[in-house]
Design a protein around this ligand. Structure first.
Ligand SMILES: [Zn+2]
Length: 264
């Protein structure tokens, strides 16, 4: 067996790590699965600072000034392929790496195939060799086949509180109050609304159901082609708002509305 030079750093073996953004998903997954390590990696993005203000009072490993992905942030706040960087960093803290993605997330750096590829890559790089013993990784999102609405439901059933959900922050704008119109805000609203947590107009700068981009994707949502399973959740939430008028209009004009397509 190879003698390791850096024995002290090998305490990561067998540990589970959750990539912790402080957003609602990672907050709920922490509560439900209790990982060994919560890892928050600052990317110097516009929303980093505001996110941290919302963090619960518990032990979190903060990685600052390790990676400056903020410089690659696009105008829409997306940092392309950021999860590949984050998983590589997380591999120094444990071998089971959890990401907080849910059904409805669309990027290819958080889907099943991505997890598989990263697992293969890390297992390849951490084969037994002259400088190390073998490490074997498991990388996945435990709630990938559930929607955000489902996850909130499970969290509340298992004793999670509304208050901590409301306190969590995931707005792309990084301002004090949730903007209400970015995709992250909108999806948060949908999942809360569907679980009877009424945020009201106070919580948002602008109410989510009036997000201007909704108009462009309304037809897709209606036919389940926007975010898959999450589209039904979106419709359920929108039906309780003045937007129900648009949904009715689509039902009248579409031969294959979501109602007949629910199990599709
Ligand atoms: Zn927002």
């Amino acid at each position: 067996m190879v003698e390791m030079i850096t024995k002290g750093k090998e305490q990561v073996r067998g540990k589970s790590v959750l990539l912790y953004s402080g957003g609602m998903d990672s907050l709920m997954i922490d509560y439900l699965l209790k990982p060994d390590v919560l890892l928050n990696i600052s990317m110097n993005s516009v929303y980093d600072k505001r996110e941290r203000e919302s963090f619960p009072d518990k032990e979190i490993v903060y990685l600052d000034n390790v990676i400056d992905l903020g410089r690659y942030e696009r105008d829409d706040a997306i940092i392309p392929n950021r999860n590949a960087h984050l998983v590589l960093l997380a591999s120094h803290y444990g071998e089971t790496i959890w990401l907080g993605s849910v059904s409805g997330d669309r990027s290819f750096d958080k889907d099943q195939e991505f997890y598989m590829h990263m697992e293969i890559l890390l297992n390849h790089m951490w084969q037994s060799q002259h400088w190390t013993e073998e490490r074997r990784f498991e990388i996945y999102s435990p709630f990938k086949d559930r929607t955000k609405t489902d996850l909130v439901e499970e969290y509340l059933i298992k004793g999670g509180t509304e208050e901590s959900l409301l306190k969590s922050y995931s707005c792309y704008k990084g301002e004090e109050k949730h903007c209400g119109h970015c995709k992250a805000c909108f999806r948060k609203w949908v999942s809360l609304e569907n679980n009877g947590i009424i945020t009201g107009v106070e919580y948002w700068q602008k109410v989510p159901w009036e997000a201007p981009w909704l108009e462009e994707v309304m037809y897709q949502i209606y036919n389940g082609g926007y975010r898959g399973d999450e589209d039904t959740d979106i419709i359920d939430a929108l039906e309780k708002t003045p937007r129900y008028v648009d949904l009715d209009r689509m039902e009248a004009s579409s031969p294959i509305g979501w109602r007949s397509n629910e199990n599709g």
